[in-house]
Write a protein that binds this ligand. Structure first.
Ligand code: GLN
Length: 265
């Protein structure tokens, strides 16, 4: 039997910063290397799109300007996307995308950019930009996912995510969204070195650009594994890949974060 994963990429033109497109490429490659068909549907403003065949919904980061441009179109898709997330569709949103999967992002000028409330979060621009390499301990989240899914790649999950943050928005988590992890090095959601990102059902939001998934291949595989289980109704074992390069990049990012300066301007 041949398997398939279908990803809906929200606003690839307006929401794509610091290599976020690399997340889609990493998912595509890790599927193709395993002979899993991978299809991408780009969703742009005004496109009439039905998400009923979506396994993964993805949105990258964007400047305030990009967020403003897409907000009305995204609002029209709110009920539909919320419904698919409720039913367990996998999702990954980065930085500005993460903010707009929450309730709102209030800019430095006081303008409120509406989000679609997948996450119980509110984001307000702070007076600094938080820039730098980030290492996040995600062991609490992955322990919960491992209990729920029992996938092979979660038996011994890498307990860290590495990436790069650049945001002014400060994101507060409400009770219905769990933190993705706690910051080992970097600023995180509130700039205080506390929580980083958030998750609800199979939706994950994070400030980590990088791109994220090439340097954290275990997370890419987790998303693929959940997507396949949703589509085919039972766990589909994923072939092992040679991840030496990816693991070296992950380790190098951890080492670099120990000495690299983070910057708030
Ligand atoms: N405009 C948002 C902020 O600065 C998002 C930036 C981003 O996606 N990198 O908080």
């Amino acid at each position: 039997m041949s398997y398939k994963v279908k990803l809906y990429h929200l606003y690839p033109d307006a929401m794509n910063l610091y290599g976020d497109m690399g997340n889609v490429i990493a998912l595509a490659k890790r599927c193709q290397w395993r002979d899993i068909e991978f299809e991408v549907v780009d969703v742009k403003i005004g496109d009439s799109v039905d998400f009923s065949d979506a396994d993964i919904i993805y949105m990258g980061g964007g400047q305030d300007r990009g967020q403003k441009i897409i907000q009305n179109d995204l609002a029209k898709r709110k009920t539909e996307i919320q419904g698919w997330i409720e039913s367990g569709v996998v999702s990954l949103t980065i930085c500005g995308g993460f903010q707009l999967f929450g309730k709102y992002f209030k800019t430095a000028e006081g303008e409120e950019i509406r989000g679609i409330e997948v996450f119980d979060t509110v984001t307000t621009a702070g007076d600094k930009r938080l820039i730098g390499n980030v290492v996040v301990d995600v062991s609490a989240a992955t322990a919960k996912w491992a209990q729920k899914f029992r996938f092979k790649n979660l038996e011994n999950p890498t307990a860290t995510l590495v990436g790069f943050e650049n945001h002014s928005g400060l994101t507060k988590l409400g009770p219905n969204t769990e933190p993705l992890g706690t910051v080992v090095s970097g600023y995180g959601n509130l700039g205080d070195g506390g929580y980083e990102g958030g998750w609800y059902k199979n939706a994950i939001g994070t400030y980590l650009h990088g791109s994220l998934l090439p340097k954290n291949p275990w997370l890419a595989d987790h998303m693929i594994a959940v997507a396949l289980m949703n589509r085919y109704g039972s766990p589909i074992p994923l072939d092992n890949l040679d991840d030496k390069l990816e693991e070296a990049a992950h380790k190098a990012a951890i080492e670099r974060a120990k000495t690299a300066k983070t910057l708030s301007i």
